[in-house]
Design a protein around this ligand. Structure first.
Ligand SMILES: Nc1ncnc2c1ncn2[C@@H]1O[C@H](COP(=O)(O)OP(=O)(O)O)[C@@H](O)[C@H]1O
Ligand SMILES: [Mg+2]
Length: 388
């Protein structure tokens, strides 16, 4: 179903003040999706309905998380600043200002797990009322450009909460001792309001304590961070992100209830990404398969960059059958570093070499017919190339 994430968000919001007609209609939609074989979407709606049932049985109304102490963040609230430099320690994005970007494309099982976690977060107050402590913090880790920051933003938008993103330039002070104080101030600020605290590129402050070069100060910073994370665990939502999980102190790592690896996209996700990033230009299924195959080992951000470059080329040069391959070879020459992507390097060797590689590749299994379409030539030319 097109636009399902939007439909899901509407259902979730509507279910905050549920009524029997609404529940019945969401149930109908779920059954219809399930009949069409869209099991993931049906399952996501089931979770929305389940969260509602849990609310019914456990608590009559939705209570805000620890309402007694938590304030709603108004527009006039400003993040605390570094006392030495005056730089803000965080930036704040209100849910109504959040860019309504598309959800990052993740493996189906992973998307489901994240959706389940968000559903728990949305029912956190109810769970707490019932004496169950839901996990309130999440650590996302993985290679750069895999969509971690984008995912955190989507989660905040789904939760309809302000996103308070720690600013490392403000937090890390050149003055000894000030960094620890900044961290404590930032957490105190986040704890006061109903919000999500985002610690992006978190390794900068959560490094292993036994780094011999930075002993005293780093130790103090990490100890403060541990203490703050411990206290916050009971109080509010925290998402921490790192590209260098091996740099994290083990004690910090343990503080997170959910630790989720965001991998580079697999074959099926790459197909979905290429289709999304090339939407609006006329490409065929063979083109999408080729691009998904070529970008094995690449991150979502790299695939997006490649697709944008192709899109630009197609718009500038008229989107004929031949231009996709031209666009690819131009791109291959313009981005000489193929270390992460041996398949893209083959491209620079020319059409015939590429055709031979495609015909012998186990994964892509292009027929001569689809290769003829791809290279905009005849099947007999392709078979001549392959015989060489
Ligand atoms: N899994 C993905 N699905 C869709 N787009 C992605 C994905 N991963 C990366 N991107 C694109 O790359 C951009 C940068 O990703 P980002 O979230 O900053 O990665 P990270 O925080 O993991 O380094 C995103 O805004 C999005 O446009
Ligand atoms: Mg990031």
């Amino acid at each position: 179903m097109d636009n399902f994430p939007t439909v899901l968000a509407i259902c979730r919001t509507a279910m905050r003040t549920p009524n029997p007609t609404l529940t019945r209609n969401i149930g109908k939609l779920r059954d219809a999706l399930s009949k069409q074989g869209l099991e993931d979407q049906a399952e996501a709606l089931s979770l929305v309905l389940k969260a509602k049932q849990a609310t019914d049985t456990l608590a009559p109304t939705r209570v805000a998380l620890a309402t007694a102490t938590r304030e709603r963040m108004s527009r006039s609230v400003h993040a605390p600043v570094d006392k030495e430099s005056g730089a803000p320690l965080a930036s704040i994005v209100f849910p109504e200002d959040a860019e309504t970007g598309l959800e990052p494309i993740l493996e189906v099982a992973l998307s489901k797990a994240i959706a389940a976690l968000v559903a728990e977060w949305q029912s956190a107050s109810m769970l707490i009322e019932a004496g169950i402590r839901p996990p309130l913090n999440l650590l996302l880790y993985g290679a750069p450009g895999t969509g971690k920051t984008a995912l955190a933003k989507v989660i905040a938008a789904q939760m309809e909460l302000p996103l308070v993103t720690a600013r490392l330039d403000g937090l890390i002070s050149s003055f000894l001792g000030t960094t620890a104080r900044n961290i404590a101030n930032l957490f105190e600020f986040a704890d006061r309001y109903d919000c999500i605290l985002l610690l992006d590129e978190f390794d900068a402050v959560a490094k292993v304590r036994d780094d011999p070069h930075e002993l005293g100060e780093i130790k103090r910073v990490v100890n403060t961070l541990l203490q703050c994370l411990d206290e916050r665990r009971e109080r509010g939502f925290t998402i921490a992100i790192t590209n260098h999980e091996h740099l994290l102190d083990a004690a910090i790592w343990r503080r997170f209830d959910s630790r989720v690896a965001i991998p580079r996209p697999g074959a099926e996700s790459r197909v979905r990404m290429v289709s999304r990033f090339l939407s609006g230009v006329p490409v065929e299924e063979v083109d999408i398969s080729l691009l998904a195959w070529l970008t094995d080992g690449r991150s979502g951000a790299e695939i997006e960059t490649l697709c944008s470059s192709i899109k630009r080329y197609l718009v500038m040069n008229g989107a004929g059958r031949k231009s996709l391959l031209e666009a690819l070879s131009v791109n291959s020459l313009l981005s000489a570093d193929h270390s992460g992507s041996p398949r893209q390097a083959i491209f620079a060797e020319g059409s015939e070499a590429l055709a031979r590689r495609l015909s012998s590749d186990e994964e892509i299994r292009f027929t001569q017919e689809s290769m003829a379409r791809l290279f905009n030539t005849t099947q007999s030319t392709i078979s001549r190339w392959l015989r060489k």
